[in-house]
Design a binder for this molecule. Structure first.
Ligand code: NAD
Length: 409
């Protein structure tokens, strides 16, 4: 097994990367890898023959049937793991054993024990482990964090993030609807929301109280949740997600959706419910067809993963179509942000910086585990009706600008 990569990439700065799992997430990151001057996509792996065929035709890279095979690719330094969530632990273990740096999709695993083993495997192998949550990389969210760190608005008191989509009726593999395998909206979409909230509130969640919902008897899965997060510093947050597709949070967000495209109501179609007779095979086929374009590239507006509203001592912040609105005693101002970098570009930049030693990753294994702990706590709280105290939280690292939560005001 090749064992040179961890050092050669950090010395040369050029990282040879392979993708395992070429579905919606795996394909979405191809342009981000291609756009980064320090990354070179050299291999892909997927068990589905047609998928391998179309990607090799498009990209001219070597395609393997399995991760094990891909790990033998000459000169491979790093692996982006975009396989179904329940396979992440096994795939991270294999990549670490082969001394490859790992970027793994969110949620990093289906339970905390597995996530802990993934972190240990990376530490033991001396490779970087990054968990690629993409929506806290959205530029408006990053800029919110910087504004908070700047301190002029004072302490963060509340963050409310609400998102209404058709998640539950999009084509799904059966595992995506099974919470035990990391499915349903709390693991899959809550992991974005809790990531955003933790970034803005400093990271240290004290307790979670939540209610999850599964209200379509033809489509059994957690399709909605309301979660209340209490932070050790006294700030608090709500995360609301509804994936049942009737109301869209685009109606609260200037008609702009998750990927930064404007869709006025007259251009939207009613979301078809799933028939109980729809077969997993038909749904899988539909999902595979959709994968290539499921997550589009660059967009004219900022991405809106629902509405995120931050309230600080001396002002409020929310996303605007072009960046952020900041509300203070002096009124409302807008901060414009560029649209020439996608959140996926920033994920890849963070991964590359971590590998080459330029900067440690914020979204490392411990950060990913802490997000996963919030997801699991929300589901557990819904079962018992009680607050769940958390034990695995980590603060926003000191190497990033500090949050303003220690402002005495
Ligand atoms: N960050 C984001 O925005 C985002 C978006 C979508 C999905 N995700 C995450 O990405 C992961 C995959 O989700 P998806 O929607 O892309 O799924 P998907 O079903 O579209 O793709 C999974 C791919 O993995 C392949 N695969 C299955 N078993 C494999 C194996 N043993 N070895 C190699 N490849 C295998 C499948 O053939 C398929 O091509 C999940 O963890 C999900 O939560 C993240």
């Amino acid at each position: 097994m090749i064992n040179h990569s961890a050092t050669s990439a950090s010395v040369s700065g050029l990282v040879h990367i392979g993708i395992v799992g070429l579905g919606a997430a795996g394909r979405a990151f191809i342009p981000a890898i291609q756009a980064h001057p320090g990354l070179r996509l050299v291999a892909v792996a997927d068990p589905v023959e047609q998928v391998r065929h179309s990607v090799t035709n498009e990209l001219g890279v070597t395609a393997y049937e399995s991760l094990q095979d891909m790990l033998g690719h000459p000169g491979l330094d790093a692996v982006y793991i975009a396989t179904p969530t329940d396979l992440h632990p096994e795939h991270v273990a294999l990549a670490c054993a082969a001394k490859k740096h790992v970027l793994v999709e969110k949620p990093m695993a289906t339970n905390i024990e597995q996530a802990g083993m993934m972190i240990a495997a990376a530490e033991q192998a001396g490779v970087r482990l990054v968990v690629g949550h993409s929506h806290s990389y959205d530029l408006p969210i990053k800029r919110m964090r910087e504004l908070i760190a700047g301190g002029t608005l004072g302490r963060v008191r509340m963050v409310n993030t609400w998102c209404f989509t058709d998640w539950i009726y999009r084509p799904r593999r059966p595992e995506e609807l099974d919470a035990a395998l990391g499915g349903g909206v709390t693991y899959r979409q809550g992991s974005h929301q809790f990531d955003i909230i933790r970034l803005l509130c400093g990271g240290m969640v004290k307790s979670v109280r939540a209610r999850t919902f599964d209200w379509d008897s033809d489509r059994r899965a957690i399709g909605a949740h309301v979660a209340y997060l209490d932070f050790v510093d006294g700030s608090a947050a709500t995360a609301v997600y509804n994936g049942y597709g009737r109301f869209s949070s685009m109606d609260l967000c200037f008609n702009i959706g998750e990927w930064g495209f404007m869709q006025p109501p007259e251009s939207r179609q009613p979301v078809p419910r799933r028939s109980p007779d729809s077969t997993p095979e038909a749904e899988l086929l539909e999902k595979q067809k959709r994968a290539k374009n499921a997550i589009p590239g660059s967009a004219p507006y900022q991405p809106f993963f629902g509405i995120t509203l931050v309230s600080c001592d001396r002002g409020d912040i929310r996303q605007s179509p072009r960046g952020l609105y900041v509300y203070t005693n002096d009124g409302q101002t807008e901060i414009e942000l560029p649209t020439d970098q996608t959140p996926r570009d920033l994920v890849m930049a963070e991964f590359h910086d971590a590998i080459t030693g330029k900067a440690p990753a914020l979204h490392d294994g411990k950060w990913g585990l802490a997000n996963l702990e919030v997801c699991a706590a929300a589901i557990a709280s819904s079962g018992t009706g009680l607050d769940v105290l958390l034990n695995h939280q980590v603060p926003v690292p000191a190497s990033l600008p500090e949050t303003s939560n220690r402002d005495p005001g």
